[in-house]
Write a protein that binds this ligand. Structure first.
Ligand code: ARG
Length: 475
C-alpha cells in the first residue's frame, strides 16, 4: 500500500526522485518501537477520553503489537514512498485492522509524534550511556587501587614536571567521567518531557488528557507550550554537547595511551587482542583502538555542529529541515557507546610497566622544586631558592648527574643551608607522599579519593547491571 495519508489535496503523484529525497525511513526505522509505544499510549488516552471507542482502541493496540513483532522479525517491508516510520506503521495498521486504524492519528500530528519518539529513544540511550560510563569509572577505580604504589612522571607541556602516582593520573580521568555522568543526568531532565498533544503546533480541539499519556509513557512532565514542543531540539543539542565533552575526555586518554605505548615511553602495553599489526612491517603493533577513539571524537563534534547549524535559522515552529537531526544524533549515540564499550574492555587488560614509569620519573630533575622548597624551609625566599636550584641544575647537567647524585659538599657551594637531610626529600617516595594539599598526589589523598569513588559507585546501584536495558515489547 503506497497511498499517502496526506494525498487528498494533491492532483499528481509525488515524483519518485522527491520520494527518495524526502524519505527518512532508512534511518528513522530505528524509532519503530518508540513510535508504537507512543501510539499505544495515545490510543489508550483517546479511548479513556471517549474520543474513540474502547473497541477501536483494542483493535489498534492489538494491531500495533503485531506490527512491532513483524518489524522485529524483519517481516515488514518498510517503504520509501511512505516517507517515514510514522506513516509506514500507520499504513500497515490500516492493512491489518482496516477502518479503526484511521482514528489513531486523531488529536496528533507527525510533528509531536516524531519528537516524542526521539525523546523516548534518547532517554533509553542515555540510560545505556550512563551504565557504560559507570563501568568505565569502575575500571578506573580498580586500576587505581591495583597500582596504588606506582610512581610516574607528571607532565606539563609534555615535559616531565613532577612525579605523581599513576593512580592519581587515572583518578583525574575518573573525575572527568564523573562530570560527564552528571552532564548526561542533567540532559536527561530536559529530554524526559512528553510533547504529545501539541499536535501540529497549536494544540488540539479534542478533550485530550496529556497527563494520562505522560503517565502511561513514564514521563515525569509534559510540555508547557505546543509551539516550543514541536520546534525545539535543544534537548538533542544538549545531549550532543555532553557527548562531545565526553569524547574530548576519551580522546585525551587515547592520546596518552598512544604515547605511553610507544617505544620511547613504554609505560603501558596495549593487549594484543586490542592492537593491530602492519601489512608491511612485521615488528609493528599499533594502538589502533585508542587512535580510532581519538579520531571518532571529530565526527561527534561535527554532529554537534550540524545540529547547531541546522537549528539556528529556523522560524518557529516545525520545519522539515528538522528531519536532519536524526542521522547525526544516531551516529553520536552509536559512536559514543562504541567508544565507551571498547574502552572499558581495553583498560581491563592494559599492562602497566611500573619499572619504566619509575625510571622516567627518576631522571630529568623532577625533584628540583622539592630542592627549592627545602631551601625555603631553611629561611630562603622562594625566588632566591628557585634561582639557586636553577644554577645547581645547570651544574648537575654539566656533570651529567641528577640532583640527588651530587655530594653534599658540592651543594654547599651553592648554599650553606644544605644538610644531609636534603637527600631524603629528593626521593620519589617523599616527593609524592609530601604533597598532601587538597587534591594533591600524596598516597593518603589518592587512597581517600579511591575509597570515596568506590562508595559513590556502590550507592549508584548494583555493580553488574546490564548495559543494554531490556526493551519492553508493547502489548
Ligand atoms: N520525518 C519527519 C521528521 O523526521 C517527521 C515529521 C514530518 N512532519 C511534517 N510536517 N512533514 O521530522
Amino acid at each position: 500500500m503506497t497511498e499517502k495519508p496526506w494525498d487528498g489535496r494533491f492532483a499528481e503523484r509525488t515524483d519518485r526522485s522527491v520520494e527518495s529525497f524526502t524519505s527518512s525511513i532508512v534511518f528513522d526505522r530505528r524509532l519503530y518501537l518508540y513510535d508504537i509505544q507512543g501510539s499505544i499510549a495515545h490510543c489508550r488516552m483517546l479511548a479513556k477520553q471517549s474520543i474513540i471507542t474502547e473497541e477501536e482502541a483494542s483493535q489498534i493496540v492489538e494491531g500495533l503489537g503485531r506490527i512491532a513483532r513483524d518489524i522485529e522479525r524483519g517481516n515488514l517491508e518498510l517503504e520509501e514512498s511512505l516517507e517515514d516510520i510514522h506513516m509506514n506503521i500507520e499504513a500497515r495498521l490500516f492493512a491489518e485492522i482496516g477502518k479503526a486504524a484511521q482514528k489513531l492519528h486523531t488529536a496528533r500530528s507527525r510533528n509531536d509524534q516524531v519528537v516524542l519518539d526521539v525523546r523516548m529513544y534518547l532517554r533509553d540511550e542515555v540510560a545505556n550511556i550512563l551504565a557504560l560510563l559507570k563501568g568505565l569509572r569502575q575500571i578506573l577505580v580498580s586500576l587505581a587501587k591495583k597500582y596504588i604504589n606506582v610512581i610516574m612522571p607528571g607532565y606539563t607541556h609534555l615535559q616531565p614536571a613532577q612525579p605523581v602516582l599513576f593512580s592519581h593520573h587515572l583518578m583525574a580521568y575518573y573525575e572527568m567521567f564523573k562530570r560527564d555522568t552528571a552532564r548526561f543526568n542533567e540532559a536527561l531532565k530536559r529530554i524526559n518531557v512528553m510533547p504529545l498533544g501539541s499536535a501540529a503546533l497549536a494544540g488540539t480541539t479534542y478533550p485530550i488528557d496529556v497527563e494520562y499519556t505522560a503517565k502511561l509513557l513514564e514521563f515525569p512532565e509534559f510540555s508547557a507550550n505546543s509551539i516550543d514542543a514541536v520546534s525545539s531540539r535543544d534537548f538533542v543539542i544538549e545531549f550532543m554537547a555532553a557527548a562531545s565533552i565526553c569524547m574530548v575526555h576519551l580522546s585525551r586518554f587515547s592520546e596518552e595511551l598512544i604515547l605511553w605505548s610507544s617505544a620511547e615511553f613504554g609505560f603501558v602495553e596495549i593487549p594484543d587482542a586490542f592492537a593491530t599489526g602492519s601489512s608491511i612491517m612485521p615488528q609493528k603493533k599499533n594502538p589502533d583502538v585508542p587512535e580510532l577513539v581519538r579520531g571518532k571524537a571529530g565526527r561527534v563534534f561535527g554532529s554537534l555542529m550540524s545540529l547547531l547549524t541546522l537549528m539556528k535559522g529556523l522560524p518557529l515552529s516545525y520545519n522539515r529541515d528538522m528531519q536532519e537531526d536524526k542521522e547525526p544524533l544516531f551516529d553520536t549515540v552509536d559512536t559514543l557507546k562504541g567508544c565507551l564499550e571498547v574502552y572499558e574492555k581495553l583498560l581491563q587488560r592494559l599492562k602497566v610497566n611500573r619499572t619504566a614509569m619509575k625510571k622516567a620519573a627518576s631522571r630529568g630533575f623532577l625533584n628540583a622544586t622539592d630542592m627549592a622548597d627545602y631551601l625555603v624551609t631553611r629561611g630562603m625566599s622562594f625566588r632566591d631558592a628557585h634561582h639557586c636550584v636553577g644554577e645547581i641544575v645547570r651544574y648537575a647537567m654539566d656533570k651529567n648527574k641528577e640532583l640527588q647524585e651530587l655530594p653534599l659538599r658540592d651543594l654547599k657551594k651553592f648554599s650553606q643551608s644544605f644538610e644531609e637531610d636534603v637527600f631524603e626529600i629528593l626521593t620519589l617516595q617523599q616527593m609524592v607522599d609530601r604533597r598532601v594539599s587538597a587534591g594533591g598526589t600524596a598516597k593518603e589523598n589518592v587512597v581517600k579519593a579511591i575509597d570515596e569513588a568506590q562508595e559513590a559507585l556502590r550507592l549508584e546501584g548494583i555493580v553488574n547491571e546490564s548495559h543494554e536495558k531490556k526493551k519492553k515489547t508493547p502489548r
